[in-house]
Ligand binder design. Sequence first.
Ligand SMILES: NC(=O)c1ccc[n+]([C@@H]2O[C@H](COP(=O)([O-])OP(=O)(O)OC[C@H]3O[C@@H](n4cnc5c(N)ncnc54)[C@H](O)[C@@H]3O)[C@@H](O)[C@H]2O)c1
Length: 316
Amino acid sequence: MKVLANDGISETGVSELEAAGFEVNTTRVAQEQLINFINEQGITVLLVRSATQVGKDVIDNCPTLKLIGRGGVGMDNIQVAYAREKGLHVINTPAASSESVAELVFAHLLGGVRFLYDANRNMPLEGDSKFKQLKKSYAKGSELRGKTLGIIGFGRIGRATAKIALGLGMKVIYFDPYIEKGNVQVDFFDGQSVSFNFESMGKSELLQQADFITVHVPAQKEYIIGSKEFDSMKDGVGIVNAARGGVIDEVALLEYIEKGKVSFAGLDVFESEPKPEIQILMHPKISLTPHIGAATGEAQDRIGSELATQIISLLK
Ligand SMILES: NC(=O)c1ccc[n+]([C@@H]2O[C@H](COP(=O)([O-])OP(=O)(O)OC[C@H]3O[C@@H](n4cnc5c(N)ncnc54)[C@H](O)[C@@H]3O)[C@@H](O)[C@H]2O)c1
């Protein structure tokens, strides 16, 4: 059986599939040639990330296809219900990237409390001529240890974020209307592990108590954090969004950073992705990454491996 991994797949995924007798093609086929290619090659499995669109046209016109797989979480680029109606398997890998996203959240938080987002912009320009002034301007850092992290959305990534926070000695609180109680087990390198039980608190209580806030909810119709929410936060709060653009109101975010209410923000996702607003990109108090939450070798290996395992069990 032939697999087309149109947006790429890790070596681990390729070798596991090949070992099970699949032929894996990692050629990137342009969207408009996809249907022809699948038919000419007799492709059974189409694997995508977020770039390739798998709409009704592909589903209707590719009779050899039996399975569509998304390496990652969101399946906005696939007509999932329609494909399943037509008898195709549709799979994804929801758990594979949680730890990578959680680590990126802490890259933004640890960078935020020591002004790395700004120091990295100014050191190349003035590090040799104004070293002492720069040293002074970044002198009032703070520690995460002992502070409270408020997690909005206590699913896979929310909980992975909690584990790192606990390891750093932070207090963890969360708000999730669908998860009343949540357990988090922190595993250490030597086999020890410590289990923590949490209970969801009200959103407004969380906003009032948290020193730092990170959001881990699915795409929403309305902002989870807008002016009203910023108003109830502690002065000097730090905020991270590595969930989805549109979860935080970026206009309100800029306003509350200007007012001094928010001391910094870390953004991996943007309302107007893939063309984030220039005011966001140029802001000296925003730490920026271009939607790379899941972009680690480890996460990509787990994604490849998880896809391979599911494909083998469904089709072999
Ligand atoms: N930055 C990246 O590269 C990257 C990578 C992977 C996933 N993500 C995003 O991270 C987000 C979370 O992923 P996950 O795997 O943890 O999902 P998940 O489904 O495991 O968890 C989401 C949680 O949010 C909760 N929730 C839903 N609506 C809520 C609301 N209004 N208020 C509070 N909580 C709410 C749900 O009950 C659930 O527990 C998703 O938006 C996903 O697209 C980003």
